[in-house]
Design a protein around this ligand. Structure first.
Ligand SMILES: NC(=O)c1ccc[n+]([C@@H]2O[C@H](COP(=O)([O-])OP(=O)(O)OC[C@H]3O[C@@H](n4cnc5c(N)ncnc54)[C@H](OP(=O)(O)O)[C@@H]3O)[C@@H](O)[C@H]2O)c1
Length: 231
């Protein structure tokens, strides 16, 4: 089950799961008609309607996708909001989508995965968890909040569910199209996420910027904060 599956990294994750011989992939999107080409190309793709800000729709999706064993919480929004004068409504939307949406989807699907004998939950976080980018202050906070992934890990572990956090650097999708910095392709990042999952990594750093950034943070957190703040 992949949320935000219609474009960007979500679509690349669906493609990777199919090429890794997944028996079925629930591809969830706000507008499921945007998944028609994927579903027409491969009958293993089951489109589902899911807006992460709609808690009832999340419950319905969990009831429909009752044979899920892997949930990839990929869908996310990014508003450019400075900390002092950014639009608060935009900050609120990022928090509701990236934090509450991810948490609610995890809550809805954990019992489903448990009933199916166990599996995994994968949460798309970001390198900004380790050092916020001021122009993305609300987004950075929403991703840091979604690091409740670690709290979640302690909970469902007993129910045979592994919980993984993914901390990408810059990925070449619509989300940061306007940022002229080196980016890794969504296909490469998706493949690295599935490799990390297969290798049992709790925290997955799926691209060179992520790995370099995480090492820089470990070496000198204050210097890393300044580096991210200058972006
Ligand atoms: N791109 C990067 O550099 C980068 C870096 C670190 C982490 N990430 C994370 O990776 C994930 C995928 O991002 P991306 O780069 O693929 O971004 P993207 O190209 O902007 O795609 C975002 C996806 O999330 C969906 N989405 C947004 N709001 C939603 C909502 N309320 N309910 C359901 N789906 C919603 C979008 O659906 P619509 O088409 O309907 O808008 C779209 O499918 C996100 O969690 C993002 O924060 C990305």
């Amino acid at each position: 089950m992949v949320t935000g599956a219609n474009r960007g990294l979500g679509r690349a994750l669906v493609e990777s799961l199919l090429s890794e011989d997944a028996a079925k992939v629930y591809a969830a999107a706000r507008h499921p008609e945007t998944l028609a080409d994927l579903a027409a190309r491969d009958s293993r793709v089951v489109p589902l309607a899911l807006d992460l800000t709609d808690l009832e729709q999340i419950s319905r999706a969990a009831a429909l996708a009752a044979d899920t064993t892997l949930l990839i919480n990929n869908g996310g929004s990014l508003a450019f909001t400075d900390p002092l004068d950014g639009d608060l409504a935009a900050v609120d939307l990022d928090l509701r989508t990236n934090f509450i949406g991810t948490l609610a989807t995890s809550r809805a699907f954990a019992p489903v995965i448990e009933r199916n004998g166990g599996g995994a939950i994968v949460n798309l976080l970001s390198l900004v968890v380790f050092g916020p980018v001021p122009a993305m202050a609300g987004y950075s906070a929403s991703k840091a909040a979604a690091s409740m992934t670690q709290a979640l890990r302690a909970q469902p572990a007993a129910k045979k569910i592994t919980v993984h956090g993914v901390f990408p650097g810059a990925v070449d999708t619509d989300m940061i199209r306007a940022f002229p910095i080196p980016k890794t392709s969504a296909a490469d990042v998706a493949a690295a996420i599935l490799d990390g999952l297969e290798n049992g990594q709790d925290n997955i750093f799926p691209d060179p910027m992520a790995r370099d950034g995480h090492q820089a943070w470990r070496d000198d957190p204050a210097a890393f904060e300044r580096r991210m703040a200058s972006m």
